[in-house]
Design a protein around this ligand. Structure first.
Ligand code: AMP
Length: 186
């Protein structure tokens, strides 16, 4: 199964992708995780990405597309994939289509988790306390949400136009939401 998970920061994409990965036995590819690993390792790419990440802005398309191209070039995506946090804007969505067509692995479904903004702010505050992510502070969260509305929300229209988009209610318990996603993939 070849899936994209869409939704605002704090909508539970990472949590749900980890569950779906087990169920579907396909790799979970999160550009946020790949970028955080690069920052932690102090690679040249990580050094370039850090300032944008700390400010809640998008890292440049050039960096992210290079990262995703390398990851999708690995053999383990032959059985499918779950993309989480990518694409984040229309340029990335179009580049991804070109890349996946070339690999013969086009997207089958784009699942959008929909969550109230109030709930998002609560979830991210909880994550800030639990995980200490440097971009979960109130000010940066506000910026990440604004970037989401301006740049990433149009990506759902991109997949809707291609009849690939399924909206899934992202409110409720982790198990409830997971069941809705599993039902949407049938
Ligand atoms: P995430 O873990 O998906 O919330 O991503 C954390 C941060 O990494 C984002 O706020 C961006 O700064 C950066 N990032 C992750 N994915 C992308 C992407 N596809 N394009 C640009 N920046 C990204």
């Amino acid at each position: 199964m070849r899936i994209i998970l869409l939704g605002p920061p704090g909508s539970g994409k990472g949590t749900q992708a980890a569950l779906l990965k087990e169920r579907l036995s396909v790799p979970h590819i999160s550009t946020g995780d790949l970028l955080r690993a690069a920052v932690k390792a102090g690679t040249p790419l990580g050094l370039k990405a850090k300032a944008a990440m700390d400010a809640g802005e998008l890292v440049s398309d050039e960096l992210v597309l290079g990262l995703i191209e390398e990851r999708l070039g690995q053999a383990d995506i032959g059985g499918g994939y779950i993309l989480d946090g990518f694409p984040r804007n229309l340029v990335q969505a179009e580049a991804l289509d070109t890349l996946l067509d070339r690999l013969g692995q086009p997207v089958e479904k784009a699942l959008e988790l929909t969550v109230d903004e109030e709930q998002i702010v609560r979830r991210l505050a909880k994550r800030a306390a639990e995980e200490g992510r440097s971009d979960d502070t109130e000010e940066v969260v506000r910026n990440r949400l604004s970037v989401y509305h301006q740049q990433t929300a149009p990506v759902t229209g991109y997949y809707a136009d291609r009849n690939l988009l399924i909206r899934v209610d992202g409110m409720g318990s982790i198990e409830e939401i997971n069941q809705r996603l599993v039902d949407a993939l049938r």
